[in-house]
Design a binder for this molecule. Structure first.
Ligand SMILES: NC(=[NH2+])NCCC[C@H](N)C(=O)O
Ligand SMILES: [Mn+2]
Ligand SMILES: [Mn+2]
Length: 304
């Protein structure tokens, strides 16, 4: 899989899917933090495709397009950006490159998953404090960054919604790792969909490498490769303060690197998201730096 070492960086500067403004600056912050240099340390050749156009929340009405019942704010904008991003991700893969999507809020993953699954059967590993399995009818907030996994899987109101789940992602090949803040309806969605979910307690009990190996078993079973979606709020807020929905008790710096090193070792990475970096809330860009470092570990950066 040597073509996997040609990385195509694609920014998706959105923030309307999140509860706090500022994640639209994530792509710049991750680039400024030295993403290219970090990826070179992993032996990757990097091409930067720039950003997909993303509308500004202040010039849009959050409710121009809706699902009934329930609410999904900026659904039209989410659809527009996801559609564009899916094309960019699909094009990168068709050119033999590994798409690396810089968010933006986590709603952009609807597009990256759709693009990654366009001409392949994929598995997904979702590193996150949250399950992102709400639907418009269950969401406590109406924020679409809490819904992308449900959207990609066609849960609830997302069933049959072409732009979100036409690529046919199946729950059997999806694993979430690091959960510690799950809404009650999301718990039901996880049970009913058959997604594999590992909480922080599983990591406490069994250690990060064993849990990630299990998640990779799920995501590689019968698939052509794995899309890794990394929400920086997966990490403990002490390591990654620059996120809009921090939750105490996340993985440490070492655990995060160990996890992504397992991904590299499995040689299954097809596409990667680095999302939810909020420079407004960050301290000296350290969350963006961590995102860049973790991407390098995912691509097989070696110490010796
Ligand atoms: N990608 C994220 N940071 N998601 C946070 C979701 C928070 C909450 N579960 C919600 O639906 O609003
Ligand atoms: Mn999260
Ligand atoms: Mn998330």
């Amino acid at each position: 899989m040597d073509h996997r070492k040609n990385v195509r960086v694609i920014g998706a500067p959105t923030d309307y899917g999140a509860n706090r403004r500022g994640v639209d600056m994530g792509p710049s912050a991750i680039r400024y933090a030295g993403l290219a240099a970090q990826l070179e340390r992993a032996g990757a050749a990097i091409g930067d495709a720039g950003d997909v156009p993303a509308p500004r929340a202040e010039v849009r009405d959050p409710d121009t397009e809706t699902f009934a019942p329930g609410r999904a704010k900026f659904l039209r904008e989410t659809r527009e950006v996801a559609t564009r991003l899916a094309d960019r991700v699909g094009d990168a893969l068709a050119a033999g490159e590994l798409p690396m999507v810089l968010g933006g809020d986590h709603s952009v993953a609807i597009g990256s998953v759709a693009g990654s699954a366009r001409d392949a059967d994929i598995g997904v590993v979702w590193f996150d404090a949250h399950a992102d399995c709400n639907t418009p009818e269950t969401s406590p907030s109406g924020n679409v960054h809490g819904m992308p996994l449900a959207a990609a899987l066609g849960v609830g109101a997302f069933a049959g919604v072409e732009w979100a789940n036409a690529a046919g992602l199946v729950a059997d090949t999806v694993a979430i790792v690091g959960l510690r803040d799950v809404d009650p309806p999301e718990r039901r969605a996880i049970d009913e969909s058959g997604v594999t979910a590992f909480t922080m307690a599983d990591i406490d009990d069994r250690g990060i490498t064993s849990v990630v190996d299990d998640a990779l078993d799920v995501a590689t079973a019968g698939t052509d490769g794995v899309h890794v979606s990394l929400d920086l709020d997966w990490l403990d807020p002490r390591e990654a303060p620059g996120v809009g929905t921090p939750v105490r008790g996340g993985v440490t710096y070492r655990e995060a690197h160990a996890a992504l090193e397992r991904v590299a070792r499995r040689d299954c990475l097809r596409s990667l998201d680095l999302v939810e970096v909020n420079p407004i809330l960050d301290e000296r860009n350290e969350t963006a730096s961590l995102a860049a470092e973790l991407a390098s570990s995912a691509l097989g950066r070696r110490i010796l």
